[in-house]
Design a protein around this ligand. Structure first.
Ligand code: NDP
Length: 486
């Protein structure tokens, strides 16, 4: 079992309390590492370091140099990808092929923001006077970043890369369940030229490490990805110091299938939409809306394929679905499976997965409920596990009404060969991301974030960097004479 330290001010340190906590392998229920259990005093230390790094040099580092640091980090990530992918799978449970894919995206994210650093610019404005008016973009200062466990290093990359690109310094807290790949990645900072204190990593729990970071008076902005409940707490706490806040929260995304969709693609798209990454996906297409003429046929086809999904240890390349991240998460998903049995009809799965090699891990069966009413708990609450709710509909208007009848608004997908119908839906779906004839493709170039209660702000693309910038208006008077008012 490996003991880890955390990174503050360029030094690898214990928690000041010397306390640690265990990190588990969800496939085997074994402890694989110990990490520091950071408290408010460690958060203070990290924020001080980030503030000093920002004020005493980082704010003046050129965009070109920031870009080069990001590109070096991307290159290093690609070199170390196989080793870190294995650690990602050991710690999160996800299939190794998915870890490799995620970490490739981590490198791409750093490459993108490495290129963007020199392209961020302000504007010169046409004001009605003999003057030069400018809108200049400047870094916000110190950012606090709090991330979840479902895509551990990728969610870190979505926050670190744009913040470095924009010129902020930062303190990042991984989820208690999955801190390992971020700690490994932080070892690359120094050799890639990142000055000490610019990125600090604190490992700890939400209430004792995340909350003091949000409340800290020296933190200028909080970027958070996680649940709606914690998002609300963060917004309330940040109000005391009027921090900028960006929130990437959950979803209950509709995946909508019309009868004229390509049938094979539809079946695949529905299964992938909710079962990829064990269903631990904020944009999971967990509500599958199917038009009546293909309802029965599609349900049967999905059930047949879902029963053949190979569960197992993520390190086995044949595995298509690993364990969920923790015992608590497994119990939470199983509670929803129980609720679903009372609210709807069960077509596949419905419990903890059994079988050779699955005895100790947190494996749950890919589960399909059908004839689900959109008012049911399993259609309203985010389960964050492999549970699909299939809902029939009759007309386009019904599909739209059901799809939008949720407090969430992260993502939606619509499948049809009728381009007019697709675009009518695109226009009226209340979601920050809408896919047509696909579900889940995510690109660093395109904005990511939610409508309604799925969040505030956008990650990725230039929008992601803007979340770490503030705009200064500069007015340069070109008249030498007094204004002559008095
Ligand atoms: P949580 O909201 O429980 O936790 C997210 C992070 O917040 C963790 O690091 C957690 O720490 C921390 N945290 C918990 N309580 C507090 C607090 N009071 N103050 C500050 N920080 C706190 O989410 P999960 O980790 O369980 O992740 C799953 C959720 O994340 C899902 O709802 C999912 O939809 C959402 N998500 C959204 C994405 C998006 O892009 N929209 C992407 C990925 C996930 P700790 O774990 O140490 O307790």
């Amino acid at each position: 079992m490996k003991p880890y330290q955390m990174l503050i001010d360029g030094e690898w340190v214990e928690a000041r309390s010397k306390k640690t906590f265990d990190v588990m392998n969800p496939a085997t229920d074994e402890v694989i590492a110990k990490v520091p259990d950071a408290g408010p005093e460690d958060v203070d230390h990290a924020v001080e370091a980030a503030r000093r790094a920002f004020d005493e040099g980082w704010r003046d580092v050129t965009a070109q140099e920031r870009g080069r640091i990001l590109l070096r980090l991307a290159e290093k990530m690609r070199k170390e990808l196989p080793r870190l992918a294995e650690i990602e799978t050991l710690n999160s449970g996800k299939p190794i092929v998915e870890s490799e894919f995620d970490l490739g995206d981590v490198a791409t994210c750093f490459e993108y923001y490495g290129g963007l650093a020199t392209k961020l610019h302000g504007e010169v404005l046409n004001v009605p006077d003999n003057a030069l008016s400018m809108a200049i973009k400047e870094p916000l200062g110190v950012a606090g970043q709090i991330i979840p466990w479902n895509y551990p290093l990728l969610m870190a990359a979505w926050k670190l890369a744009p913040a470095i690109c924009a010129g902020c310094s930062m303190v990042i807290k991984p989820a208690e369940q999955t801190p390992l790949t971020l700690l490994e990645f932080a070892r690359f900072f120094e050799e890639c030229g990142l000055p000490k204190g610019v990125v600090n990593v604190v490992t700890g729990f939400g209430e004792t490490c995340g909350a003091p970071l949000v409340a800290h008076k020296n933190v200028d902005k909080i970027a958070f990805t996680g649940s709606m409940e914690v998002g609300k707490i963060i917004m309330r706490t940040a109000a005391d110091t009027l921090k900028k806040v960006s929130l990437e929260l959950g979803g209950k995304s509709p995946n909508i299938f019309f009868a004229d969709a390509d049938f094979e693609a539809a079946v695949d798209g529905a299964l992938f939409g909710v079962f990829v990454n064990q269903g631990e996906v904020c944009s999971a297409g967990s509500r599958v809306l199917v038009e009546r003429p293909i309802y029965k046929k599609m349900l049967d086809a999905m059930v047949e394929k879902a029963k053949r999904i190979k569960l197992g240890n993520g390190l086995d390349r044949a595995t298509k679905m690993g364990p969920v991240v923790s015992k608590e998460q497994m119990e939470r998903v199983m509670r929803y499976q129980e609720i679903g049995r009372k609210e709807a009809k069960l077509a596949a799965g419905g419990g903890r997965a059994k079988g050779e090699g699955l005895e100790r891990g947190y494996f749950v069966e890919p589960t399909i409920f059908y004839d689900v009413d959109n008012s049911a708990t399993i259609a309203r609450e985010e389960i964050f596990g492999p549970v699909m709710a299939v809902i029939p509909f009759d007309k386009e208007e019904d599909a739209l009404r059901i799809a939008n009848d949720t407090p969430y608004g992260l993502a939606a997908a619509v499948w049809s060969r009728d381009i007019f119908k697709c675009f009518r839906m695109v226009k009226r779906l209340q979601a920050g991301i809408v896919w047509v004839n696909h579900m889940q493709p995510t690109y660093v170039e395109a904005p990511w974030g939610g409508y309604k209660m799925s969040g505030i702000g956008r990650e990725l693309g230039p929008w992601g960097a803007d979340e770490y910038l503030q705009v200064k208006q500069v007015h340069v008077n070109l008249n030498e004479a007094p204004i002559g008012w008095y």
